[in-house]
Design a protein. Structure first.
Length: 147
């Protein structure tokens, strides 16, 4: 874990007594290329005993309005499902999560309402993201203020 090549805005919280589960914080405070700029998102990563033959399970602990993360915190990322291969590692998972916040994929959504808004009305989608980051209600879901 200490040898992972990761951007400065990614922080790992690893307990040496259980390296098979750890926290990951993505701090997008200064990441202007992301619609979620200003947000700070916490994830829990659970590495199964079958790793590297089975993908880690990633949960988003911070409620977020995102096409690829549902309101329960489940994350839709192709390499965590059908595209997982034993040559992939935690670094690839981190890069995949970053990519979701730079280029969300509305064609493979978990939050179908957010995905439809992203496809049909991108400006409204951006307004919804901004509102959610400021603690607003979007689609009947109240989000905590994170910026």
């Amino acid at each position: 874990m200490q040898e992972l090549d990761k951007p400065a805005f990614i922080d790992l919280q690893v307990d040496s007594s259980n390296i098979m589960q750890f926290g990951l914080t993505m701090n997008l405070t200064n990441e202007r290329d992301s619609i979620w700029c200003g947000g700070r998102f916490n994830f829990t990563v659970k590495v199964p005993t079958e790793y590297p033959y089975k993908a880690p399970v990633v949960h988003c602990d911070t409620p977020v309005y995102h096409p690829n993360i549902d309101t329960d915190g489940n994350v839709c990322l192709n390499i965590l499902r059908a595209d997982w291969k034993p040559v992939l590692d935690i670094g690839n998972v981190i890069m995949g999560l970053i990519f979701l916040f730079l280029e969300p994929n509305p064609k493979d959504p978990l939050n179908h309402e957010a995905a439809a808004e992203f496809r049909e009305n991108p400006n409204r989608f951006k307004q919804n993201v901004s509102s959610s980051l400021r603690g607003g209600t979007v689609g009947g879901v109240r989000y905590p203020r994170i910026i």
